[in-house]
Design a protein around this ligand. Structure first.
Ligand SMILES: [Zn+2]
Ligand SMILES: [Zn+2]
Ligand SMILES: [Zn+2]
Ligand SMILES: [Zn+2]
Length: 310
């Protein structure tokens, strides 16, 4: 079923170059990059400029053309970066840690191959290292997601999977951006928790310029969005002028570390730390990088970054 959102917006010139319909001219002949049939240019007012097959081309669909052309354009872009020895930066949302990562797609690779035959599967684009091992693949998805056998193969062979999920020929514009933003990348750059093996999340320590709730003296207050203060958090907060002291909570029946006023010695309990300081927008604050935190088992770590796309 042809989709209304996908137009044939890229054609091939008589010398074999791909051209956007916006840049094409009437009176010149173009062919379809997917099926090689003759295309005619349509520049009307109702739709954005596009091509149409001159005669019916039953084996060609906008989906196959979109898939094919996107793959070729991305491949050429990567090839160009290798030729010029430039990194190719990308950015992705990470489901493993909930953060956003950036990195060089070509970091571990020296070569790019189109439709590389890996036996059990044939990724759209493969990135190979100097030993001819596939280190990453790029899958361009329009209608067909990669087979489970392919995904298993990638996983078992430690091959990173970068996916583009295309909905419209307007997705071609995504390749013009200076930083690539694929729809998914199955690489987390954060360290794994040494206790439970899950990926950790970046942790931020807030330093708030507040006032003591009791004596109103100016008071630097440290807070975390989640988790408890680790020893290194306390050391970091201390460097920024926060006084943290051990207090005993009768309600909780335990000792805990709390922000303490230098002038009157009053301290801020966990509940009020959020409502009276973190949630008060009028207090100036800064956010410090404080290592990593594990959502799964609540442990802290100051491990080093993984280096996949560093
Ligand atoms: Zn065609
Ligand atoms: Zn991550
Ligand atoms: Zn005070
Ligand atoms: Zn953990």
């Amino acid at each position: 079923m042809p989709s209304k959102d996908i137009l044939y917006s890229i054609g091939r010139t008589s010398v074999g170059q791909l051209i956007k319909a916006v840049d094409a001219e009437k009176g010149i002949s173009y062919t379809c990059p997917a099926c090689s049939q003759v295309l005619i240019l349509r520049k009307g007012t109702r739709k954005r400029p596009h091509f149409a097959h001159k005669t019916l081309s039953p084996n060609c669909t906008p989906e196959t053309a979109l898939h094919y052309v996107f793959k070729i354009l991305l491949f050429s872009k990567i090839q160009k970066h290798f030729d010029q020895q430039l990194p190719l930066e990308m950015q992705w949302d990470c489901p493993a840690c909930g953060g956003v990562h950036t990195g060089n797609l070509l970091k571990k690779a020296v070569k790019v191959v189109l439709e590389h035959n890996l036996g059990t599967c044939q990724p759209d684009i493969a990135l190979l290292n100097e030993f001819n091992c596939t280190v990453a693949v790029i899958e361009v998805v329009v209608t067909h997601a990669p087979e489970q056998t392919a995904l298993d193969y990638y996983k078992n062979n430690h091959i990173a999977v970068v996916s583009y999920k295309l909905k419209s020929d307007e997705d071609f514009n995504r390749l013009d951006a200076p930083i690539l933003k694929p729809d998914s990348v199955d690489v987390c750059k954060n360290p794994k928790c040494s206790k439970c093996e899950n990926y950790m999340s970046k942790k931020h320590l807030l330093i708030i310029d507040g006032n003591c709730w009791k004596c109103q003296a100016p008071m630097k207050v440290a807070a975390l969005y989640e988790g408890n203060f680790s020893l290194s958090d306390i050391q970091l907060a201390t460097q920024y002028g926060v006084l943290m002291k051990l207090h005993y909570s009768r309600t909780l029946g335990m000792k805990y570390v709390a922000n303490t006023c230098r002038k009157c010695g009053a301290f801020i309990g966990d509940h009020y730390l959020f409502t009276d300081y973190v949630a008060v927008d009028s207090y100036n604050r800064q956010e410090l990088d404080a290592g990593y935190y594990c959502h799964h088992c609540s442990s802290n770590s100051e491990d080093e970054d993984s280096e996949d796309f560093e």
